[in-house]
Design a protein around this ligand. Structure first.
Ligand SMILES: NC(=O)c1ccc[n+]([C@@H]2O[C@H](COP(=O)([O-])OP(=O)(O)OC[C@H]3O[C@@H](n4cnc5c(N)ncnc54)[C@H](OP(=O)(O)O)[C@@H]3O)[C@@H](O)[C@H]2O)c1
Length: 227
């Protein structure tokens, strides 16, 4: 399969890139970084030479806010991963509200239909329906309106744009992401964050996102994932 990855330099995006390449897919990434830093194999370590473009790895330089590089990233592509995000949760970087409409427009122009996007458990009003009342109260009164105001805003906008599109989208919605190893065991729920779900490793999320390439169960839906 030919896969495009947005956010490939990020913590989760690197894992998606690594999975895709090691599973034998061809990958195109869009990056603003002059030095491309994607982990191209499971054995890559910080300090190793950066992987170069290869027959299976194409690098497009540019920003996801601009249509032209996004269109070039989607040339010949069958499916898209997005693991985009802002650098800081404490200011309005407005990444997803700018990026997702451009990606959707470019997918519609190029006829690419499948996108699997990294979201967040705070994106929808019913996200916390399975949580204890005290936890819902703290999240809705303190955490979402103040501490995570901008990340929640970004994710709400991402959900709105994807769900208003006619694409085959899936938005994968975890709680706190960790750098821990994959446990290969997690809970999935299409309606709300699993009860007392607090965190999950990026490794498990990337693995689940990767599996969605061959799974139609969550097409045109958000899906919660948690330990
Ligand atoms: N942190 C958590 O606990 C948590 C929990 C739930 C959900 N999330 C969601 O997960 C996502 C972040 O995941 P992560 O931590 O794995 O990502 P990350 O390490 O923050 O990486 C984000 C990626 O987005 C890229 N990006 C941003 N703006 C771009 C632009 N204009 N053009 C091209 N690339 C751009 C960055 O590229 P550069 O390298 O060029 O900057 C980077 O590769 C966010 O959407 C966040 O809301 C996070």
């Amino acid at each position: 399969m030919n896969i495009a990855i947005f956010g490939a330099n990020g913590a989760t995006g690197r894992m998606l890139t690594s999975h895709s390449l090691t599973q034998g897919h061809k990958v195109t990434v869009l990056t603003r970084q002059p030095r491309f830093a994607v982990v191209a194999s499971q054995n890559w370590n910080p300090g190793d030479a950066y992987p170069q473009e290869s027959p299976t790895l194409k690098v497009v330089h540019g920003s996801v806010f601009e249509l032209d590089p996004v269109l070039r990233t989607l040339e010949g592509i069958n499916a898209v991963f997005s693991a985009l995000g802002a650098h800081s949760p404490f200011r309005n970087e407005n990444v997803l509200p700018r990026a997702i409409p451009v990606i959707v427009q470019a997918m519609q122009q190029t006829g690419v239909r499948r996108i699997i996007a990294l979201g967040s458990a705070g994106a929808l009003p019913d996200s916390l329906a399975r949580q204890p009342a005290w936890r819902r109260w703290i999240a809705h009164k303190v955490i979402y309106p103040y501490i995570l105001k901008w990340p929640v805003y970004e994710q709400v906008m991402q959900y709105r744009v994807l769900s208003a599109s006619d694409l085959d989208w899936t938005m994968v919605m975890p709680p706190v992401l960790t750098h821990g190893p994959a446990r290969n065991s997690y809970r999935i729920d299409g309606e709300a964050l699993p009860r007392n779900g607090k965190s999950i490793s990026r490794a498990d999320v990337a693995q689940f996102m990767f599996q969605q390439l061959n799974n139609s169960q969550w097409v045109r839906r958000g899906v919660y994932i948690s330990n």
